[in-house]
Design a protein around this ligand. Sequence first.
Ligand code: AMP
Length: 488
Amino acid sequence: MSTERPCPEQCNVLLIGGGGREHALAWKLSQSPKLDTLYATDVTNGGIAALATPCDQKWDPTREFYLNRWCDRHDIHLIVVGPEVPLAEGIADTLATEHRLVFGPSKEAARIESDKSYAKDLMRQASIPTADSRTFTDIDAARSYLLRGLDRELENDFKTELAKEVSSFIEWCSEREKTTPFQFTDELQALLDVREEPCVVKASGLAAGKGVIVCETVGDGLRAVELIMKDCAFGDAGETILIEEFMTGIEVSVLALVDGGTIWILDLCQDYKQVGEGDTGPNTGGMGAFCPASLLDEEMMRYVEREILVPAVDAMRRDGIEYRGVLYAGLMLTTAGPKVLEFNCRFGDPETQPLMVRFKGDLLDVLWRTAAGTLDDASIEFDDNVACCVVMCSDGYPGSYVKGQVITGMETAESSDNVVVFQAGTNCSRGELTTSGGRVLGVTAMADSLEEARQIANEACGEIHFNGAFWRNDIGCRNIEINYPSVN
Ligand code: AMP
């Protein structure tokens, strides 16, 4: 196969996506000796704008003809897709031609991220360790599932009236034609609100990372089901939901390049989801990450490859789906071993930022080989140094925040050889760089040790100013090593 589609000596590349992840990819792609011209669809991002020539067509599945024609005219050899939405919409199927490769999985393969209920079925078929879960398309079936067994338990506790109320609710849920709504008595509502039965309610479709609600009580679970299925908080993405067993443990993401057959696991990153220092406050898209992380030792990495990544790729192949692109497994390290929280079909953000800073070699060639199915011949190496990325955010994030704040101090921050500032939510127009998102910059430093890298990154953050800027000072403070019992 390698002889069929070798990477051209001079490649025109089109980059899709406009966040920190894509700036990091653009930065590394620009260093490739094989790059002729780098084009990008999203050049409002000041970092990408400085590296790429604008493509005046956007990806839009209903107007794919125009982007296809633009790619033909500009002799595009490789399209690199950053975000999940275009992949779920089928960009890889639509824009790949005899002369052009797309880095990123096909629409069918991207279902591993865009359809959580499909991913769950796949994991079940392939015996991949994951949380137990049930899938629902009917709100009442989901509600009565949350109350299962409660009537009997209340009966046994001699709370006969409450037991009867739960039974009638479950019966009401099963009625096809409902003439009256069901209203819980205050007493039952109060009981449900304190009854601890942690679970996780998930919209099955793509919901910009927001469709997962962790619930502590039965009352929380019922409200989450209503929010997703009745109030349609995540639109069509919530037509199908999953109610999952709640797992505890440390989270880690394993990213691998997959070319249909060969799986190449990339160095491990540890990311920080919660907005506040010490892992407090609401979840965000990611407040920072460092790489390499030592959460999983070699034996555990082999286990993840053998029990999670290989079976997932094989299960898809059995279904006639060849997976090519990044396969990202979000894992919970439970006391029973690693279990899959979710699969993603693209690079993580911000993990890609410290990953790219450490990536040695030719990214363009590696992405080409992944798309061409010739990854087995690739050379992928990472710098021995540690990279730490601290995300600077707009005041209010992850809630509502103001945009348009002027950013200064970038040059000073980047004056050190060890620092690269990746731009995520920025806007560069009329020579002025302003904020345009919640996550604004990924200040990434590389050094001998994690301690030094995090110190340099934090100092660089201190050089950059915009109104309301904040970041977590503790990114990289913990590099946990877990001693697992042997998994062989
Ligand atoms: P996901 O998009 O499925 O990875 O979920 C987003 C976040 O929700 C994860 O990073 C976890 O913090 C949390 N989460 C998801 N599923 C579970 C689960 N079954 N148990 C505990 N936490 C979960």
